[in-house]
Design a protein around this ligand. Structure first.
Ligand SMILES: Nc1ncnc2c1ncn2[C@@H]1O[C@H](COP(=O)(O)OP(=O)(O)OP(=O)(O)O)[C@@H](O)[C@H]1O
Ligand SMILES: [Mg+2]
Length: 365
């Protein structure tokens, strides 16, 4: 397996209307590491993967595999395997032939091909399907064939571009577990693009968050969840989304958000506009809580409910995620308080302001 390093990588298309798609992308993937790329549609995730694979040329910067520059190396000689959202299987070939295809091209001896395909098929529970053709398979089975075709070539690293996004929720969950198991079993280096929060959080050793301005933050999933570096990451990582409200730090060091005042002590920060973030799961019902309003909507999901609370002076309702307690009725008055240490405060430039001295006591304005 291999390490992958991108240093200052950019992509410019000849089309002048598009000009710079990506600029100054730098991150590294250690040998055997599982790195997940997330970001909004169109931010360049697929382009990054395609540049690593060599299907797209980097306009600037350097891509290294195991320390060696590969910018000029053709895709076939980079030794990477890419798995796409569309499985790109050959419909007229059997599952066996689809998996064997790359090995045949590489003129691997027949016996070896046979052994390799059987091993991979066993790993992916495809043994009983080897004679079928892709149109006779379910979506999940097709995706397993596509993964099998990648594995059988013993690549130095795997690149996945939203491999599960065509599958229904239940199958997705199964395949997610499969991919985690494969990663362990193969000890493989993997770069994985997804839109799915659960995939990103559960599969990644580290997540790279791409935004309109390039790499926004790199870190372990829980590190991004607990300490998002800026407003973009705060709003992107976490489901349901973090509540974000515009406000200011008043003369007493309190956070003033519309009609809500929250105690927050940070010697370094006084005065000025801020954005305050609180995760829905970090708000607790509290009759004396500082965040009070009228329940606009309740979404009952079974294990939890999402309560949308209209609060005077705030542009958007505050969403509260309730696990155990029965939710309040729509139209009723309700109040919540942030849990201890639950506030994320960002300065005018969107960057996180530290809140080491956060005090849990809250009071109303
Ligand atoms: N061949 C091309 N010529 C010009 N622009 C392109 C080309 N290919 C991609 N782009 C542009 O580059 C940007 C990044 O595209 P890319 O497919 O990498 O995004 P993405 O993050 O993978 O999005 P999604 O989440 O929708 O898959 C987009 O704005 C896209 O329109
Ligand atoms: Mg894409």
């Amino acid at each position: 397996m291999a390490s992958i390093t991108l240093t200052g990588v950019g992509k410019t298309y000849a089309d002048k209307r598009v000009n710079r798609v990506l600029e100054d992308i730098s991150f590294s993937v250690a040998d055997g590491e599982f790195v997940v790329l997330v970001g909004p549609s169109g931010c360049g995730k697929s382009t990054v993967l395609r540049m690593i694979a060599g299907l797209e040329e980097a306009s600037s910067g350097e891509i290294r595999i195991d320390g060696a520059r590969v910018n000029e190396t053709p895709p076939a000689r980079r030794g990477l395997a890419m798995v796409f959202q569309s499985y790109a299987l050959y419909a007229h070939m059997s599952v066996f032939e689809n998996i064997a295809f790359g090995l045949r091209l590489a003129r691997v001896p027949k016996r070896e091909i046979e052994d390799a395909v059987r091993t991979v098929a066993r790993m992916l529970q495809l043994e009983h399907l080897l004679d079928r053709k892709p149109p006779q398979l379910s979506g999940g089975q097709r995706q397993r064939v596509a993964i099998g075709r990648a594995i059988v070539r013993k690549p130095r690293a795997f690149l996945f571009d939203e491999p599960l996004s065509n599958l229904d929720a239940a199958l997705r969950a199964d395949m997610r577990v499969e991919i985690a198991r494969l990663h362990k079993q193969l000890g493989a280096t993997m770069v994985y693009v997804t839109h799915d929060q659960v995939e990103a959080m559960t599969l990644a050793d580290r997540i790279v968050v791409l935004g309109p301005a390039g790499v926004q933050q790199i870190g372990a999933p829980m590190a991004l969840y607990e300490r998002p570096a800026n407003v973009f990451v705060a709003g992107f990582i976490g489901m349901p989304k973090m509540n974000l409200a515009e406000g200011a730090i008043d003369a007493h060091g309190r956070l003033a958000l519309g009609g809500v005042a929250l105690d927050w002590h940070d010697a370094a920060a006084s005065g000025g506009r801020v954005t305050v973030g609180i995760r829905p799961e970090h708000l607790v019902p509290d009759a004396a809580g500082p965040i009070r309003g009228v329940v606009a909507l309740v979404e009952r999901l079974g294990a939890e409910s999402h309560v949308h609370l209209d609060v005077a002076g705030l542009a958007r309702p505050i969403v509260v995620s309730l696990k155990a307690a029965p939710p309040p009725l729509p139209g009723s008055a309700w109040a919540v308080a942030p849990a201890h240490g639950a506030l994320h405060v960002f300065g005018p430039d969107g960057a996180r302001i530290d809140n080491k001295l956060f005090n849990s006591e809250t009071e109303e304005a």
